[in-house]
Design a protein. Structure first.
Length: 95
């Protein structure tokens, strides 16, 4: 059982890392569609969630996974909210 949890943790973390780094490529491989616009932001949040799930599945206290997820999503969403619109690839809502 321990080996299965470790395997699941590594697989989830690897998929989450791929979604975080190259979300368009993962979308192309999984769905046959290229992610654009807001879908990239949502895919990165899903990647952070998978990394948190991978940490929670690793032997040890699962609370660490929840802490990793909460902190990483808060930092990412803060970054998206505070970064200039042209820098993070989103358009202004006034255009």
């Amino acid at each position: 059982m321990k080996v299965g949890l470790i395997f699941a943790a590594v697989a989830e973390s690897a998929t989450g890392l791929a979604l975080l780094i190259v979300p368009s490529l993962v979308g192309q491989l999984l769905f046959g569609l290229e992610f654009m616009g807001v879908t990239i932001l949502v895919a990165r949040v899903a990647g952070i969630a998978l990394i948190g799930l991978g940490v929670a599945c690793w032997p040890g206290p699962p609370r660490v996974g929840m802490l990793v997820y909460s902190a990483a999503v808060a930092l990412y969403l803060s970054y998206i909210g505070l970064a200039p619109a042209s820098f993070c690839g989103r358009r202004s809502s006034f255009m």
